[in-house]
Design a protein around this ligand. Structure first.
Ligand code: GDP
Ligand code: MG
Length: 163
């Protein structure tokens, strides 16, 4: 079985951009995976000789009645439950938001490995913009650019280490 990596984070931080970069838009056939359900977005990830399954979150049904926040929380919980490792994506240009704190509060209760990806960091050195993300209590923020493919390889190597 390939390891499963879940991408979580508030809307617009770049989860789907990261998903597409990791998977080359290859949808995964997950029928063989006990515990994975059909109503989420899974992709076949391949990078630097590693193969894995990626779960994107944040695709909302247009007729969703529960509201965007409840739906986000539900998708986050479900994806984390299915994953071996979690990548929590935040937007280093937008900075921290209340929603990031809400997601972090939940992620701090999981025993799964959680990595903090500070996305949209192209053209930035690991500097002052990253510092505030320590507040989330998730560990060291890793500067990445999903759009430009920077920092993605080491992010995935850390996510998969020992799995
Ligand atoms: P999601 O809602 O978390 O899935 O976010 P998306 O992947 O849809 O991206 C939201 C917006 O951020 C889009 O306009 C992307 O082009 C942009 N974006 C994603 N990754 C990056 C990045 O690494 N750098 C920059 N500058 N923009 C990005
Ligand atoms: Mg998305």
């Amino acid at each position: 079985m390939k390891p499963v990596i879940a991408l979580v984070g508030r809307p617009n931080v770049g989860k789907s951009t990261l998903f597409n970069r990791l998977t080359g838009r290859r949808d995964a056939i997950v029928a063989d995976y006990a515990g994975l359900t059909r109503d989420r977005h899974y992709g076949d990830g391949a990078l630097a000789g590693h193969e894995f399954i990626v779960i994107d979150t944040g695709g909302f049904e247009p007729d969703c009645t529960s509201g965007i926040f409840q739906e986000m929380a539900k998708q986050t919980r479900q994806a984390v439950a299915e994953a071996d490792a979690v990548i929590f994506v935040v937007d280093v240009r937008a900075g921290l938001s209340a929603q990031d704190h809400d997601i972090a509060r939940f992620l701090r209760t999981t025993s799964k490995r959680v990595l903090l990806a500070a996305n949209k960091a192209e053209g930035m050195k690991d500097g002052p913009q990253l510092a505030e993300f320590h507040e989330l209590g998730i560990g060291e923020p890793l500067a990445v650019s999903s759009a430009h493919g920077q920092g993605i390889r080491s992010l995935i190597e850390l996510a998969l280490e020992g799995l």
